[in-house]
Design a protein around this ligand. Sequence first.
Ligand code: CP
Ligand code: NVA
Length: 307
Amino acid sequence: MKHFLAISDLSSGEVQDLLDLAIKLKEEYFKKGNPPYFKGKVLGMIFQKPSLRTRVSFDMAMRHMGGDALYLSPNEIGLGKRESIADIARVLSGYLHALMARTFDHAHVLELAKWSEIPVINGLSDYNHPCQGIGDALTIQEKFGKAKGLNVAYVGDGNNVAVSLMHVCAKLGWNFTIANPEGYDLNPKAVEIAKENAKETGIKLTFLRDPHEAVKGAQVIYTDTWTSMGQEEETAKREKVFPPYQVNAQLVSEADKDVIVMHCLPAHRNQELTDDVADGPHSVIFPQAHNRLHAQKAILARLFGVG
Ligand code: CP
Ligand code: NVA
C-alpha cells in the first residue's frame, strides 16, 4: 500500500488484512499497550474542514504507538490558495513521514498523493471516506464475524460515507442496499466500481427509494447526516426532502431482530437518527466511533510497513 485513498484501490485480501491487523492491535492495546512501532514517525494532518473523530483518533493512534502527529489548519496551509498543492506535497515530504488530508474536493487528495513522496491518507473528501469504511467494517465484523451475505442497508443521502460503505461491503461479501431520495443518488462512478467488485464477491447491490423496503431483512442499518460539510447552503431544502428517511424506532422494528444501527457521527439527533434509536439497544454508534482508533493504527502500520 503506497497511499490510502479509496477502499476500491485495495483487494478483498488487503481489506481483510487491515481488519485482522486492527483486531490484533486493539487486543494488544487493551492488554498491555501497543509497542512503539511508529517511534520517530510524525503524521501531518491537513484539515480543510472540522473533525472530532478523525483528528483525535489519528493523533492518538500515532501517540499510542510511539509517534507524533501535527495538526495543520486550513488557515495555516491555504491548500491550493497560498501555495500550490504540488508544492505543499513536496515540501511536507521532507519534514514528515505520512500525510492525512481532509479536503472538500477529492481531486485535491489525489493531487497531494501524486506529488507526495510520503504516504497520503484520505481523511474524507466529497467523494469518499475510506478510513470510516475500515472502522465500520471492523464494527460489523466484531458483531457478526466474517460471515458473507450479511445485509447492510444504508438509508439517507448517497454521500461520501455511503460510497466507502458500499465499497467495503463489495470487498467483504456483504449485500449492500441503499434507499435515498431522487436527486441524492450515489456517485455513478462509485456504483460502477462496486458493480465490478460485486462480480468477484457475488454480492447483491440494490438501489431503492423506499427506506422500508431497504431495511427488510437487514442486519445493519446505517445512516448519516442529510447535509454534509460544504453543502450548508442546501440545508433548508434537504430538511424538506429527507424526513421520510429518518432512522427511527418504527424503521428499526422492520429490520432483522438483531439489527445494529450505525452512524459515522456527527449525528443530527432527531433528524436522520432519533434519540431513542441512537441511545437504544440496537445502536453501536459509540463502539463504531471508538473503532476508528484501531482502524487508523492498522492503516498507518501498513503504510509505514511495520507491525
Ligand atoms: N466520522 C468522522 O469522520 O467524524 P469527524 O468528522 O468528527 O472526523
Ligand atoms: N457525510 C459527512 C460525514 C462527516 C464525517 C460529511 O461529509 O460532512
